[in-house]
Ligand binder design. Structure first.
Ligand code: NDP
Length: 458
């Protein structure tokens, strides 16, 4: 008979916490899952899922326009933002119920409340003390709003997903994933969109060609990019907000959104008090087994600030459960994890950027930019970019990059190739599917002789 109430207490019912808890339950562990908000966490309730539904919803506007070039007459098309939000909310309700069922179906006990560590084996929630042999911190992250005057007037992605009305004019601060994704949603639905970025280009950390190409496509769609600028203050007068920029100019809009990054949710959990080390960003410091500095306490997902992507958290959760509850030690391999930005057009990449690869390899670059077939008749001025970064010595493909329709669907397959160590000769030996955009990835024969136009972006 165990001296604890549970084998595992998980704090946080997001993607990582749910996967770990479900699997631990399946392997016979007695598990309690504590969640103070909606079951499903950031990805399902406030991130990937609702965002992608809005991206899909917004993109119909372009499909309608593009259809004219193919003989369709579609007059009087209008969009109903509250209807889209209501449909999205209905789907989130369904998903939350499904996630709850997954937990209870695995024998887990769901406790709605805010859990705080009292000691290394005890969590206080709703005035009760629950004990467990092992504790898992899976509390995710939360948007950071910059410390500027008027910051209280800024919304974040949390609120942007629930706006009662679509703003006619919006300024978004930041140039990362969330900023470009929401800029695309609002622009596609007809809003005037300003993107204020402190760098010269969006998506710092991505390949320079990708950054330049996407930025150009966003501008072509009418997004006004204020590069190398910051918002210095926000004021409100009636229903109008004024975002003052650091060059002395000002933008008058109906909504100001901050998308300047996310921070690990580690406050008010009693972590430091029980001896859990946090890094300088406030993330839980973990080893390769997701173990914290306290022997029986583990952490995974965004709260550890490793690679902040849902499928990574899910896999960390799976491996934690295998290791701790199924006598099957598994460690996460963080190499060649594909990712996507659901901008319009979308970006997807796997492996190294040209800039990162050049630091350690002698590389050959293969690059193509073309008008996708749909736009030969639609008339839309949109180009797709594809790029391969190849190690000259081993011929291995180090990075695949794409900006264009269906990029995430295409790159997912290439991620398998990179995981398997594919060489450029093997890409060349692969016969393409015609006519597709994807076939370009196996028909780029000649390396480009010129370096990345413009060099590394700041
Ligand atoms: P990101 O880290 O992607 O981007 C933050 C942006 O804010 C950058 O452009 C950064 O500028 C800017 N910024 C940061 N601090 C300041 C500041 N003080 N003043 C001005 N600008 C600032 O964060 P996001 O919030 O977009 O997303 C958070 C994370 O969530 C992502 O990194 C990703 O891991 C995950 N995510 C993944 C998605 C996906 O997989 N599709 C979708 C959404 C989020 P600079 O470029 O100069 O550093």
């Amino acid at each position: 008979m165990t001296r604890f109430d549970y084998d595992l207490i998980t704090i946080g019912a997001g993607s990582g916490g749910v996967r770990a808890s479900r699997m631990a339950g399946k392997y016979g562990a007695k598990v309690a899952v504590i969640e103070h908000s909606r079951v499903g966490g950031t990805c399902v309730m406030r991130g990937c899922v609702p965002k992608k539904l809005l991206v899909i919803g917004a993109h119909f506007g372009e499909y309608i326009d593009d259809a004219r070039g193919f003989g369709w007459t579609i007059d009087g098309a209008t969009h109903d933002w509250p209807a889209l939000i209501a449909a999205k909310d209905k789907e989130l309700d369904r998903l939350e119920a499904a996630y709850k069922n997954l937990l209870t179906g695995a024998g887990n006990t769901l406790v709605q409340g805010h859990g705080v560590l009292a000691d290394a084996h005890t969590v206080e929630v709703n005035g009760k003390r629950l004990t467990a042999e092992k504790i898992l911190i899976a509390t995710g992250g939360w948007p950071v709003v910059p410390e500027i005057p008027g910051r209280e007037h800024m919304i974040t992605s949390n609120e942007a997903l629930d706006l009662k009305q679509r703003p006619q004019r919006i300024v978004i601060f930041g140039g990362g994933y969330i900023a470009v994704e929401f800029a695309g949603i609002f622009r596609a639905l007809g809003s005037e969109v300003h993107l204020v970025i402190r760098a010269s280009h969006v998506l710092r950390g991505f390949d320079g060609d990708v950054r330049a190409h996407l930025q150009n496509e966003l501008i072509k769609k009418g997004i006004k990019i204020h590069a190398s600028r910051k918002i210095s203050s926000v004021t409100k007068s009636g229903a109008v907000f004024t975002a003052a920029l650091d060059d002395g100019s000002a933008l008058m809009v109906d909504c100001v959104m901050s998308a300047t990054g996310r921070a690990p949710s580690t406050a008010k959990l009693g972590l430091k008090e029980v001896g859990i080390a946090l890094n300088d960003k406030g993330a839980v410091v973990v080893d390769g087994w997701s173990g914290s500095t306290v022997q029986n306490i583990f952490a995974l997902g965004d709260v550890t600030d490793r690679i902040n992507l849902t499928p990574v958290a899910i896999n960390e959760g799976r491996m934690f459960a295998e290791t701790q509850f199924n006598k099957n030690p598994m460690r996460m391999d963080y190499a060649n994890i594909a990712s996507a930005v659901f901008s319009q057009p979308p970006v997807s990449v796997v492996g190294l950027s040209e800039e990162d690869a050049r630091k350690t390899h002698d590389v050959a670059i293969f690059r193509t930019s073309f008008k996708p077939m749909i736009h030969t008749l639609s008339g839309r001025d949109q180009r797709t970019l594809m790029k391969l970064v190849v190690d000259k010595k081993s011929d291995r493909v180090l990075g695949c990059h794409m900006v264009g329709d269906d990029a995430p669907e295409i790159i997912q397959g290439l991620a398998v190739a990179l995981k398997a160590g594919a060489t450029k000769s093997q890409f060349d030996a692969t016969v393409g599917i015609h006519p597709t955009a994807a076939e370009e990835f196996v028909t780029m024969r000649e390396p480009v002789s010129t370096p990345t136009p413009g060099g590394e972006k700041k």
